[in-house]
Design a protein around this ligand. Structure first.
Ligand SMILES: [Zn+2]
Length: 748
């Protein structure tokens, strides 16, 4: 991140330095210096935002961000070369030993018995006819430019940034290579090699091998080819409705909406309401245990073009991986099983692999996201729900056996959701392969913590703890060069912390109690206080106004309303939930079943079904309505006695310290005001009176009306012209300094 400044800034610096040397009295020197400060600030903020985008790609990994902040604040990365890492009780001392032991751990965890059918599958593949596939330069260019930036290089020492720099001629050349590879079915060995980097899992003992997870880096050229081939696969494999992973319009949220809809529908029935049992199945290392021959055999049953089947068959067979650790490289080892780690096609190939899972029988449902599979059954009598589920669990187990996947009964969970509190402590009797599945009260399904009474109280508690711990990041950031700008801090909050708070909120926000929502709101308030530098007693409305941030209730309502709107598209996976008949009782609200105005609804003209265009129009309208609703709820600003206007952008040129004081003054609560200091600590500050005129109270308004200060500005300029007010504050400082007043030099 500490790269040299861009040329447009260094040019101005040079210009100023020349001027300094030749005409030291030139007034332009000050102007140029100010400009340089502003440009550097802007440049740093942009760099930080780019960094945030990259972190966003890494599943909001706050671990990465901490490392960055420690680096920025000059703290050395933890020295590890001398740490001994133990693998199966055997210590590895040198980097070479560690790299080799990691490689054994990450490659070939499982080995399948060779099936007699393997040869038949290979023969079938070989006999496939080859119809030419034509990859265009535009496809290659698009695949490269849509890839997210990453500095890590693959085994070929190339990274995606290198490819982004290729000119049209080089792209054409690359396209020709990719066409040859697919059509002649030749895969360069380096495209079948993975560079594996061990990453320590957070809060685990770094001295044990299993505390690390592998990140596999592949050739960006091979990944580009995978990206180009992907649509040929997705369009030609069986579409299973239960699967929400890696499909257009689908997400963990759509999976959770479908699963939780079944639970809430049960709660909303006439007594006795339906109880729902949800089983969360644990498939260990599912992607890595896929049987390659079985997968190719399943590819044969699809309409994927034969040339591509042939290519994929050879691309996923005979792959190798080596581990790089502390600059040592292990020897490469062959993967005997699994779809390629880090591959673009892999999640979709996994979807194909699971597409022939047995369908749930009547009365049972299945919701999946990749290898996360959740069968569920509802009935007024939970014993009957158990009886409905049990045979299906048996079917699924048999299917995993014949597909070489490992289903762990003791790591799977079963939970009963019921309005009857007497049933919250019962133990369910469901088994997989004669082992009882543990009954748990708070399963975490796709990142959402559930509870038997379906209140999301536990989820709110866990989320708050997680969000609060990342607030430390914000605090740490304020003391770095990057954290001087309010905008940078706000962007960090919105990229790192808010996503934690709002995860799966469209499911829980219509249900959660006001008390629990308020707890999460408190976390946001604390973050906004750090961002603005406002005092701890500043009202929350002011904090939100200063940062143009919606309070959580408004923000979550906006999200809920937008998902509801999107689901009205006929192609949306939740479309049918819009058409459910209303439940007889109102116990649990959802975005589809809401009676308290929990969502903003824009009704489509029923004559014309919604289109992507009309939907995006409606989403914008919903946004506008949500913001207006929020603004209307705001009380007038105490300084202006009317709604506060937006803060003029010019404020961004002021130093953080000044901006903090301005934000405090706009709330009427700043330590530079004697009225404020007197109110919170009358012993140390016996008088609230202005030290200059000694006749009126020293308030925000008084800064503009004191007879001893000559100004034409009004309190409104705190918003309209912050730079001018900063100059006025300087004037106050000077006057107080001259009068020998205690509160002087507050700005320096
Ligand atoms: Zn005064």
């Amino acid at each position: 991140m500490n790269q040299p400044l861009p040329k447009h800034i260094t040019d101005i610096i040079k210009e100023r330095n020349i001027l300094r040397a030749t005409k030291p009295a030139d007034p332009r020197i000050t102007t140029l210096s100010n400009e340089i400060t502003q440009l550097i600030g802007k440049h740093r903020a942009e760099q930080w935002k780019a960094k945030l985008d990259q972190i966003g790609d890494h599943k909001k990994n706050s671990h990465t961000l901490w490392n960055t902040i420690n680096y920025l604040s000059g703290k050395n990365p933890p020295s590890q070369p001398n740490t001994i890492v133990t693998f199966h009780d055997k210590p590895a001392m040198t980097p070479e030993q560690k790299a080799s032991a990691f490689n054994k751990q990450f490659v070939n965890t499982i080995q399948h018995a060779t099936k007699t059918t393997n040869r038949k599958v290979d023969k079938h593949t070989k006999a496939l006819s080859s119809n030419p596939i034509h990859i265009t330069a535009t496809q290659v260019f698009d695949a490269i430019s849509k890839s997210s930036n990453n500095n890590s290089t693959g085994p070929d020492h190339i990274n995606i940034r290198h490819l982004k720099h290729l000119g049209p001629l080089a792209i054409q050349y690359l396209t020709a290579i990719l066409n040859l590879a697919v059509n002649l079915n030749i895969t360069p060995q380096i495209w079948k090699l993975a560079k594996i980097v061990p990453i320590p899992k957070p809060n685990k003992d770094p001295g044990i091998g299993t505390s690390y997870r592998p990140i596999s880096l592949l050739s960006p050229i091979a990944k580009t080819l995978e990206k180009v081939l992907l649509p040929h696969i997705t369009q030609n494999i069986p579409q299973t409705t239960h699967q929400h992973g890696f499909k257009a319009l689908h997400s963990t949220t759509t999976a959770l909406q479908r699963l939780t809809n079944q639970i809430t529908q049960g709660f909303n029935q006439k007594p006795p309401p339906l109880r729902t049992i949800v089983v969360s199945l644990d498939l260990s290392k599912a992607f890595d245990t896929v049987n390659i021959h079985s997968l190719i055999n399943k590819l044969h049953q699809t309409t994927v073009p034969t040339t591509i089947i042939k290519f994929i068959a050879s691309y996923i067979k005979g792959r190798k991986g080596f581990t790089q650790y502390q600059n040592a490289n292990s020897k490469p080892q062959q993967f005997k099983t699994g779809v390629p780690q880090g591959g673009v096609l892999s999640p979709t190939l996994f979807n194909l692999y699971t597409s022939d899972m047995p369908n749930p029988p009547a009365g049972v449902t299945l919701t999946s996201y990749a290898d996360d599979m959740n069968p569920a059954a509802s009935h007024q009598n939970y014993h009957i729900a158990e009886q409905l589920l049990q045979p299906y669990l048996h079917d699924i187990f048999n299917w995993t056996e014949s597909n070489d996947l490992i289903l762990n009964p003791d790591k799977s969970t079963a939970t009963l959701f019921t309005p009857d509190t007497h049933e919250h402590n019962i133990t369910l009797n469901l088994t997989i392969n004669n082992t009882t599945i543990p009954t748990v009260k708070n399963p975490k399904i796709l990142g959402l913590t559930l509870d038997p009474a379906f209140t999301f109280a536990e989820h709110a508690k866990i989320t708050k703890e997680k969000a609060d711990s990342s607030i430390k990041i914000l605090k740490a950031l304020t003391s770095t060069f990057w954290g001087k700008q309010k905008e940078t801090l706000l962007a960090t909050y919105k990229t790192i912390i808010l996503p934690v708070i709002e995860y799966a909120s469209t499911v829980w926000s219509p249900i959660i109690s006001d008390t629990n929502l308020q707890k999460l709101q408190t976390t946001q308030n604390n973050a906004l206080r750090i961002i603005t530098g406002c005092t701890s007693d500043t009202n929350t409305q002011h904090l939100h106004k200063e940062t143009k941030t919606l309070p959580l209730s408004n923000h979550l309502k906006l999200h809920a309303s937008q998902l509801r709107q999107k689901s009205q598209l006929p192609t949306h996976p939740l479309h049918d939930l819009n058409r459910q008949t209303n439940c007889p009782r109102q116990k649990k609200e959802t975005i589809f079943e809401n009676w308290n105005g929990k969502t903003i609804n824009i009704n489509n003209n029923s004559a014309t079904p919604p289109t992507p265009d009309s939907t995006s129009e409606n989403l914008k309208k919903i946004h506008t309505i949500a913001v207006e609703e929020c603004i209307r709820s705001y009380k007038p600003n105490p300084i202006l006695s009317q709604p506060a206007p937006d803060i003029n952008q010019s404020e961004q040129s002021l130093p953080r310290k000044t901006r903090r004081i301005l934000a405090q003054l706009r709330a009427g609560k700043s330590p530079i005001l004697l009225s404020y200091m007197h109110a919170i600590d009358p012993t140390s500050h016996p008088s609230p009176t202005c030290p200059l005129c000694k006749s009126q109270e020293h308030t925000t308004q008084h800064l503009f009306s004191c007879p001893k200060i000559n100004t034409t500005l009004t309190a409104r300029e705190l918003w309209n012209d912050p730079v001018a007010v900063a100059a006025l504050l300087q004037q106050w400082d000077d006057a107080l300094g001259a009068a020998g007043g205690g509160a002087g030099s507050s700005l320096t």
